[in-house]
Design a protein around this ligand. Structure first.
Ligand code: MRU
Length: 367
């Protein structure tokens, strides 16, 4: 996608030195556009854990490049060093399944090579493939999802379609295009009038900081709303469709996504607003049936709730928003059970959020 007219991905190898991986450091958006250079597994693990990069697809791509960096840094006990790097990267964030998926894919491919040089070459190619695939699958999600928006637009005689989204499942959460935003960008680019209600998404504010920024850069009309406003808007007919992303969706259709998603799904159901989840196949967990019981929910530092940060006088400042001695809890994700999900928008098309329909699109995962 474009930043000030120039095309960027969220992560890429340096043009002249492929031992250096470059990424957009999202901690400074929307106020500063900072590119970070990462050279070691430690640095990549830190970038994922501290959310310089975040979002399911991008976490997967970053882990893919992290494993490539591990092959460059591994010593004489190559296999042990690689296993340690895999464990270190896997421990950074627990909910997005793309992380483990990318690491396992790397381990399998690297394991097939004989020499260290060949392992390094394979790891680099695999990291690039993971990133390219992520971008391409998101582009296809846009192609399928835009048909939903087109249909709503026709039902409204061409009036603006209002989409509500939560968190950031935009191009910043992937390598390019985004999942939830891909149909929105495709609609906007195709001349379908579309407007986005952007949930601010406390405590990290991925909506008001990241989704707002990227929609604005692309020229898509949007309005930031406080997290609790969605239900009210739905009751008053101001939301035509909800489209969110996911960090992990079971093959039975339960959806883990940023905390607060479940409440939006409940409000959508009560108001007969369609609730769609957009995801590339790398965000399916093909091993677990029960999302509520089995998906690990990340708990982050209470500081993120106790403090807010923003831009003041040319500087990024952090302010305390709770009483000095307040305890705070910071659950990163929640699970929306399948019965609240109207459909899943994937790179292969749209299916229902149930085992039968998902496996019809992805028969290679049937057992
Ligand atoms: O904690 P984050 O920012 O890494 O969470 C990821 C998200 O942005 C959302 O949950 C998103 O909707 C799914 S990831 C495409």
């Amino acid at each position: 996608m474009k930043v000030r007219g120039q095309h960027y991905r969220t992560i890429w190898p340096n043009d002249t030195d492929s031992r250096v991986i470059q990424l957009i450091d999202q901690r400074f958006l929307p106020h500063r556009f900072v590119i970070e250079e990462v050279r070691t597994v430690d640095e990549m693990a830190g970038a994922i854990k501290e959310m310089h990069v975040r979002g399911a697809g991008l976490i997967g791509a970053a882990a893919g490049y992290g494993m490539y960096l591990a092959t460059l840094g591994a010593g004489t006990s190559f296999e042990d060093d690689l296993a340690a790097a895999a464990a270190q990267l896997k421990a950074t964030r627990p909910t997005a399944v793309n992380l483990a998926w990318a690491i396992e894919r790397q381990l399998k491919n690297i394991g097939a090579a004989e020499s260290v040089e060949e392992k390094q070459r394979l790891a680099f190619n695999t990291a690039r493939q993971i990133a390219d695939e992520d971008a391409e699958y998101c582009r296809r999600i846009g192609e399928h999802g835009v048909e939903l928006i087109r249909h709503i637009s026709e039902q409204k005689d061409g009036a603006t379609v209002n989409v509500l989204t939560h968190c950031n499942a935009g191009w910043l959460a992937f390598v390019d295009h985004g999942s939830a935003t891909a149909p929105i960008y495709a609609a906007h680019d195709g001349g379908i009038p579309v407007h986005v209600w952007v949930d601010e998404t406390r405590p990290r504010s991925q909506g008001s900081k990241l989704t707002a920024w990227e929609l604005g850069e692309h020229g898509v009309p949007y309005t930031v709303i406080a997290d609790n406003a969605g239900g009210h808007l739905m009751q008053h007919g101001k939301v035509d469709v909800v489209i969110v992303g996911t960090d992990r969706t079971t093959y039975t259709g339960d959806v883990a996504n940023k905390i607060g998603t479940y409440l939006k799904a409940l409000a959508a159901k009560d108001n007969a607003v369609p609730f769609y989840v957009a995801l590339p196949s790398s965000s399916f967990d093909w091993n677990i049936r029960n999302g509520l019981k089995e998906i690990p929910i990340e708990e982050r530092d209470s500081e993120e709730v106790n403090y807010a940060d923003g831009w003041h006088g040319g500087e990024q400042v952090k302010v305390r928003v709770t009483p000095q001695t307040s305890a705070a809890a910071n659950f990163g994700f929640d699970v929306t059970p399948r019965q609240f999900v109207t459909g899943l928008i994937t790179e292969r098309g749209i299916c229902q959020a149930n085992e039968e329909s998902i496996l019809q699109l992805f028969p290679e995962h049937a057992r």
